[in-house]
Design a protein around this ligand. Structure first.
Ligand SMILES: NC(=O)c1ccc[n+]([C@@H]2O[C@H](COP(=O)([O-])OP(=O)(O)OC[C@H]3O[C@@H](n4cnc5c(N)ncnc54)[C@H](O)[C@@H]3O)[C@@H](O)[C@H]2O)c1
Length: 365
């Protein structure tokens, strides 16, 4: 969609990500859209209205008369809000995860289709330079066909300070990004058999107080679970190993995605999000080795130190003409696919048993 002067944009949920990313972006956009705020907590809506000089919408979100809506609420509310807004005629930009159940993600995709509206899911790490280079490396075929992916995101002391992330849990907070990338990097879909297990959080007194977002939102409570391990086997032959932790007690935060192919191995070592360790990630960011040359070749030395991917995703969401609706639809389908896998991990965590899920095919060419 293209933002136009006078376009009304409803921002639903005025918490941390809205105030840190979406409202600064929208209030400085050259098209000067009309922005209205909505939050089930009136005090949070008023605080954001005061901070950014905006008006609070009084009434249900469907009655805001918005051409576009940005959903920045906790994941459990994304599906209902998105469907209501799509039915009311708005295009939707939705924070990740698209939904926290496969049924919710499919309802959103169905409503987008029925009402011919766009849904842009903010899987922010899709828009990073290092992820783009890693994707190209895998697509080049240098390491052959991907067979195994090991994806981990460990925060040394990174329990979120917001209800949005805390209520979602570490699997949906960090794991949804990694699952989304693993599937996009490999193109795996079809039937997946998954098993997940979690470690319950045991915090020393005061350890949760630091809060991920620093002083603006200290963690209100320790989570029940702070680390999740998952394994997924795909009917086409691939295997994914996942590890996500809010409280890994490590020296530093890290993200590591290692892909083993039929001819070699490629690694992306980086850091996503607003981690304070992001400025000092050890290099190289991407390296590769193959059976023909068993030495590491450096493909990318450093990751971007600044979190530019947050603005970049919104530039794409709000400034790209609808020249390629097929591509938009495919990006939404791949978000639905990643929700399907996360949902399977979540069900395995709940039941303690392995779960089989059918992942919709990723239709990107
Ligand atoms: N893309 C990223 O890298 C990234 C980073 C951080 C958070 N997020 C996502 O952003 C979303 C919000 O996270 P946050 O950290 O800002 O949470 P938050 O708790 O700070 O803010 C959520 C706000 O939504 C409001 N709210 C709850 N239910 C609502 C509803 N039904 N309608 C309207 N308002 C409602 C709450 O009152 C609160 O003000 C989550 O989906 C999270 O996963 C994404």
């Amino acid at each position: 969609m293209i933002l136009r002067p006078g376009f009304r944009v409803l921002v639903a949920g005025c918490g941390e990500i809205a105030r840190r990313v979406h409202l600064p972006y929208l209030t400085t956009h050259p098209c000067r859209p009309e922005i209205v705020l909505y939050d089930t907590d009136p005090a949070t809506a008023s605080r954001a209205a005061k901070e950014f000089g905006l008006r609070v919408h009084d009434g249900p979100p469907s009655a805001a008369g918005a051409e576009a809506a940005v959903i920045c609420t906790p994941p459990s509310s994304h599906a209902d809000l998105a469907v209501v807004l799509l039915e009311a005629g708005a295009h939707v930009v939705c924070e990740k995860p698209l939904a926290d159940t496969i049924e919710g993600a499919q309802r959103i995709a169905g409503a987008a289709r029925r009402h011919r509206r766009e849904v842009f899911p903010c899987y922010t790490n899709r828009f990073r330079d290092d992820v783009g280079v890693f994707h190209e490396l895998l697509a080049s075929g240098e390491i052959g066909k991907p067979q195994q992916v090991s994806a981990r995101w460990r925060r040394r002391s990174g329990t979120p300070g917001t209800q949005g992330a805390l209520s979602a849990g570490v699997l949906w907070d960090l794991g949804s990004h990694l699952v989304d990338l693993a599937l996009r990097l490999t193109g795996w879909s079809g039937q997946a058999t998954v098993l997940a297990t979690a470690t319950s959080a045991e915090y020393e007194p005061g350890a949760a107080d630091e809060g991920w977002y620093g002083s603006s939102a200290p963690a209100s409570a320790a989570p029940v679970v702070d680390t999740v391990h998952g394994l997924a086997r795909f009917s086409g032959g691939g295997a994914l190993s996942l590890e996500v932790s809010w409280h890994a007690h490590d020296v530093r935060d890290e993200v590591l995605i290692r892909v083993t192919g039929t001819r070699g191995v490629a690694e992306l070592r980086t850091l996503f999000g607003f981690s304070p360790d992001r400025r000092t990630v050890p290099s190289p960011a991407i390296r590769v080795t193959t059976d023909n040359d068993p030495r590491w070749r450096i493909v990318l030395d450093q990751q971007s130190r600044e979190p530019v991917e947050y603005r970049r995703q919104l530039d794409l969401a709000f400034s790209t003409p609808r020249t390629d609706p097929a591509r938009r639809l495919a990006d939404l389908t791949s978000a639905v696919t990643s929700v399907a896998l996360c949902d399977a991990f979540a069900r395995s965590l709940t039941t303690g048993a392995s779960v089989t899920a059918l992942l919709p095919e990723d239709t990107r060419s």
